[in-house]
Design a protein. Structure first.
Length: 403
């Protein structure tokens, strides 16, 4: 095991309100990454409410220390109260933790990186800024924030302040480096640690017919497994279901847009659409393997044109099912159309799902082989963890070399 120059295990503190352990349904990026870095031990300070369900949870995962936070409602004030509560408690907890070598502060909201930068300054250790959503640009693109408003200008200043003062910046997809270069950040400070998953986590030995009975999957089934938020383009999936009555659509997950999209499906009288609650990450491989195509859908927002790295897409690839997406431009650095399925523009889901349903065995085999190759070489958690380890070692070695 590589212990770095000092020969000891180093310690990284991760401040991320929305991090989740693998026994929760949702974003498990940090749980998957930070236990794969030889020579490093991580502690993740996370809020004790699932960001998608808003329900409180507990975990025995030793990577996590949970911060008790109030339930956030749908309103901006309620969410802000939750964020402030988290960063105050996480900041106080961080100051009491000894032996930290580096601090990682993770977005989407910028208050977590702010408290990470503050604690890093107090403890005189390097600070790594992780950006998983481009704030405030994504808020403007979604229509939540008006460009050039006082709040927008304040957030833009804060974003640049954090970026300039970070010892390194981690982004989740190629393309975002240009955004930070425009803020005056040197290119060598920006590192892509992409999303992904591990093929070994998606090995399923149960026969497919048995899987389909176990998970109540019938007919040709298109599955969407992920957050049900306003940016996830759920209305495009419902429209595709309306156009493809012969295909079953299964939507698994939770989020603020779920109730509205369920109501839309009922109003349209769609009998081929089923909604299920989120499931733990370790239950996902079986369910995906029982389905026929994985659906990735987004609302067409300009911020996505910088690029994106959607976890659900990699889960589908690792599960060995073809993918369909309506995000051709955002995914241009990740996948091409007909590489592992079909990719088109916003309204293309129906035609592309039908194309997958009609694909011959040779095409399906080619897509599966290409998906496996990509997951082994490019989008594995192990590959991402290797890059993350290099970033952490670089900033700590640089800090230790200072007089």
């Amino acid at each position: 095991m590589n212990m770095g120059r000092s020969g000891r295990t180093k310690h990284v503190l991760v401040i991320n309100q929305f991090a989740l352990p693998r026994d929760q349904g949702g974003g498990t990026r940090h749980a998957d990454l930070f236990n794969r870095i030889p020579g490093w031990r991580a502690l993740i300070l996370a809020g004790d409410r699932n960001h998608y369900t808003r329900e409180r949870f507990a975990t025995t995962n030793p990577l996590f220390r949970l911060v008790s936070i109030p339930r956030a409602g749908a309103g901006a004030v309620s969410r802000l109260r939750s964020w402030i509560w988290y960063v105050m408690k996480a900041g106080a907890m961080s100051l009491r933790i000894d032996g930290i070598d580096v601090i990682v502060g993770s977005s989407p909201h910028l208050l977590a990186p702010v408290v990470g930068r503050f604690v890093a300054t107090v403890k005189r250790v390097p600070f790594v800024l992780e950006i998983r959503d481009l704030w405030p640009e994504s808020l403007v693109s979604a229509g939540v924030l008006r460009e050039s408003s006082p709040l927008h200008r304040a957030l833009a200043v804060l974003e640049r302040w954090l970026a300039i003062r970070a010892d390194a910046i981690i982004v989740v997809t190629p393309g975002w480096d240009r955004h930070f270069s425009e803020l005056g950040v040197p290119g060598e400070k920006i590192h892509v640690v992409g999303n992904g998953t591990e093929l070994s986590d998606f090995q399923v030995t149960i026969p497919r017919a048995e899987l389909r009975r176990k998970h109540s999957i019938q007919g040709f089934t298109a599955v969407f497994a992920g957050a049900h938020g306003p940016k996830d383009g759920l209305e495009y999936i419902i429209d595709a279901a309306d156009k493809c009555p012969e295909i079953n659509f299964l939507l698994i997950g939770s989020g603020p847009a779920k109730a509205e999209i369920m109501a839309k499906a009922r109003r349209m009288g769609l009998n081929n659409v089923q909604f299920r609650d989120p499931i733990p990450k370790y239950d996902l491989p079986e369910l995906l393997a029982a389905c026929d195509v994985g659906v990735h859908s987004v609302t067409p927002l300009s911020v996505f044109d910088h690029g994106m790295s959607p976890n659900k897409l990699f889960d589908y690839l690792a599960a060995g099912i073809p993918i369909v997406s309506n995000a051709r431009t955002p995914l241009r650095a990740v996948l091409e159309d007909d590489q592992c399925g079909r990719i088109g523009d916003a309204g293309s889901l129906a035609s592309n799902i039908r194309a997958v349903a009609e694909a011959d065995d040779a095409t399906l085999s080619r897509w599966r082989a290409e998906a496996r190759c990509l997951m082994e070489t490019t989008f594995s958690r192990a590959a991402a963890a290797t890059v993350l380890k290099e970033v952490l070692n670089t900033v700590t070695n640089r800090a230790s070399a200072k007089p």
